[in-house]
Design a binder for this molecule. Sequence first.
Ligand code: ADP
Ligand code: MG
Length: 704
Amino acid sequence: MHLDLDTSLNWLKGVGPARAAMLQSKGLETVEDLINYFPFRYEDRSNLKPVKQLAPGELATVVAEVKSSRISKVRGRHLGLFEAVFTDASGGTLLTKWFHGAHWADRLVPGTRAALFGKIEFDGYRGEVQMMHPEVEILSGDDDGDLAIHTGRIVPVYEAAGKINTRQIRVLLHNLLQDLPEIADHLPSAIAHRLRFPSRAEAIRTAHFPPPGTPLRHLNDFRSPAQFRLIFEEFFWLQCGIEIKRRKGRSRTGIAFELNDAVRSQILKLLPFKPTGAQKRVLKEIAGDMAQPYPMNRMLQGDVGSGKTIVAAEASVIALENGYQVVILAPTEILATQHYFNLKPLFDKVGYVSALLTGSNTAREKVKLKEMLRNGMIRVAIGTHALIEKDVEFDRLGLAVIDEQHRFGVMQRLELARKGISPDVLVMTATPIPRTLAMTIYGDLDVSVIDELPPGRKPIHTKHFTAEQIDMVWSMVRREIEAGRQAYVVYPVIEESETSSQTQAMKAAQAMFTELSEDVFPDFTVGLLHGRLGTAEKEAAMQAFKLGETKILVSTTVIEVGVDVPNATVMVIEQSERFGLSQLHQLRGRVGRGSEQSFCLLVTEKLGDSGKERIRTLVDSQDGFVIAEMDLKLRGPGELFGTKQSGMPSLRIANILRDPDILAAAREEARAFVDHPPSQEDFAAAATYIRDHWQRRYGLVQVA
Ligand code: ADP
Ligand code: MG
């Protein structure tokens, strides 16, 4: 039959319903999907040799048959050593060995044919050539015709799809690429030409089946010309899509806020301190956006404690003075409450009514507050996602500030933007987002960065202790409290939604509270804060700590974001191996807010390898960006930002960790192309191509 890119894999020779389902589980439904399913590794099996000619020291591939096999002992110890002797038509024999290889016993039985790949060694004891732990592909009788696909060349290695193994995928692709009549090339020809790219068809073919002589190292680094082009292309379309979306945003009508002397003097009146240079710069960028006739879509990044809140307040004044309302959204109730208590006095100073709206308001309060939002009595609404429920309406919403962006996700961002005509949106994040990731996920946002801490901050001393050394930790805490300072002691909750772990952490926190208040620090007041407390109790606990009435606050991670008590100089984190890097960094940022020396004491119970790496990173660095990059490396982008929620695109061959250089190049080309397309037809063609081929995959909502 005639194949094209849209053909369902069901129709492929060798793919029945069962296999089609397995392919589907990997997201492979069409021919196009399959040809874009690239190998993750390559093996050079071009050195195919008769067994008799094998020489020690070389890397070789042989195709041979099992003559005998057995599980044996090594010096009486049972290590599950599996040995098989292979032979071929040349008459030579090759010994193969696997430690802990018992699972091979029923697969490599006498008579089995297999392709073996590995380094040839010499077993001096037996006087034979051997391979230790070779790569094996068992060949079945009907593979004979396909042997040339698996041996005697550079061979692609694929991730299995269900029970379909790499060899079967290799055959499918080999046949498919031979039958496929045409793979259209959409990359703008000027770019492809200038960068000397192979055609798309050629790139796809050779990325699967590299021509002889391609350096294996380039292939496994994903830097062969074919791979480079495919990676570039993937980033290019993604960045074009983002760029087009961004321009589209700019063509919407927004509010052109006026920034005159009256507004400026109100901002000055609001400020409780002199802003840092970085704060001034980002406010200028934000104000510049707000003055534009299209909606602002800007992200404000700044490490914990860098002073984002006041910048948000200044931006709010611009909107307020222009007669608009402002909404400030926080991810947790405690943070919303904290923002409210910090910001209300400032807004009071400049004469604007603010209100707090969270899930804990009673139904009657909610009705009242919503009414006051609708009729414009409330000028600034501060709250949690209760504020973006469908029935919340504003009189004249002009600015939405979203704190801690990554917790909300893109969808909610959009929902909020729909509340007004087109309000300006400022998202703030304290988890610095690595540049590469920001370009991919939030590429349509403009970014401002506060890269300077308020004056007088001292670097926080971070130290690691094992649970056995806890007495040293408590004596450091005691020393600080006796010097008039305060301390946090934190217990992990892995996920806020995980109720059982929350209960566990609450219990641990409660037990620790009892121990600390009764045994360790009977002479100090100890407070307790966890997610299960009612709002009033939480507020009371926070307030007592803020006022210095409690010296030690034992808490689950509810204090993770936003809490601001400059007199607290010690952060003890229990079981810190259970926290993620960014989370630990956030927690640490709760101290070091005053002019005194602060300490972060990381206590660990069971430390694995990745835990060690995390702790070491924190002890060594305080730079949020360094830590975020490390977090990305350790956990991978998918973990860090759940794909669905964040709109993280699923890339086929490109990898933002491995390919940041290609990403940067593609982004530049994409911007230039969208800004100055060779012709309107070229631009329209590109937009259509993105819409049809990449939009759904990359979550680019309504590109064209
Ligand atoms: P974050 O960026 O983590 O939200 P905050 O806005 O909570 O940081 O600010 C951290 C602390 O620094 C607060 O106590 C705030 O009042 C203080 N602060 C912010 N900017 C300045 C400044 N320019 N001068 C002095 N203190 C500042
Ligand atoms: Mg903050």
